[in-house]
Ligand binder design. Sequence first.
Ligand code: MG
Length: 380
Amino acid sequence: MIETLTILGSTGSIGVQALDVAKLMGLDILALTSNVRTDILENQIREFHPKYAAVADVAKAAELKIKVADTDTEILAGGEGVLECAGLKADCVLNSLVGIAGLAPTLAAIEAGNNIALANKETMVAGGVLVNRLAKEKNISILPVDSEHSAIFQSLQGCADKKQVKKLILTASGGPFFGKKAHELENVTAEQALKHPNWSMGAKITIDSATMMNKGLEIIEAVRLFDMPEDKIEVLVHRQSIVHSMVEYTDNSVIAQLGVPDMRIPIQYALTYPDRFVSPVKELDLAEAATLTFSKPDNETFRCMDYCREALRKGGLYTAAVNAANEKANELFRHGRIKFGDIAKCVERALSFPADNENYNLDDILELDREIRMRTEADI
Ligand code: MG
């Protein structure tokens, strides 16, 4: 059972819920980090008394330092401050940063010998090969927080030999635009895309759910977390978000994890694994849910999943490339600068960017990421 916890991105949706879980578990909070939301971070500092807190925005960090001068929390600033928090020795570092910004802190945390509870899927999408290599070298565990990957991880408990796994089945809610065709979606607004039917999440991932790029990123995440080939990962649309994902074994038994859609379940399991404890989350009432439906995804309308599969097949830095294009396109769409239908086009274009380098390091990934973002914006 862990005792000390650092949370990177503590003021976001996952971070806030992770602190909720940590409070119930009575964990010691070593460090918290935030990009800019210092009002929320100040409250967290006063409630959880971390030794350190970092704010990526340097000016905001300076303001916060004055505000919490009466506490014992040391305030760190900028990207280096976040990295410093990641590299402090803790029993676990929960990474709930959004986007590629989470990659370097994940590597810093592993370098320090910390186990990782990973909610930042872009870490595995852009740099999973580096992360896995370092995790092996440092002999640490990466425990998934993403609900689908937690479900797969839970369904793999008791699996004696990976050869007995036939396929992983990721479920997808289908997002707010399920059943719509591409021509109906060309002009939908960010406001419409931000209305997710089941999950309450941050803006970036909610838009990713609407394009189903989120599921594409999760296919890549599953390949990297569970060391499975891309063609053994299937996606099934399941509108109710009750079955969080499944594992099919060679004897055609399918093991699934079910629960109400509440991120505190996968967060808690990542922190208590291999144990389980009581949770404040609502009990699943299957009689109330009554009907669970499953269908094949519409890959014609939601093309991002296939682009992510292609990036995996191409190897090299292509998964980092599609991720970078998507992050930029997602942001441009939220700012009203491109149409909904343009997001997938931006992701597709990234596949023709030369990214064959197989022998890359962190700097190569970050450089490619900057280049693709620039081009994505220049091409609109
Ligand atoms: Mg997910």
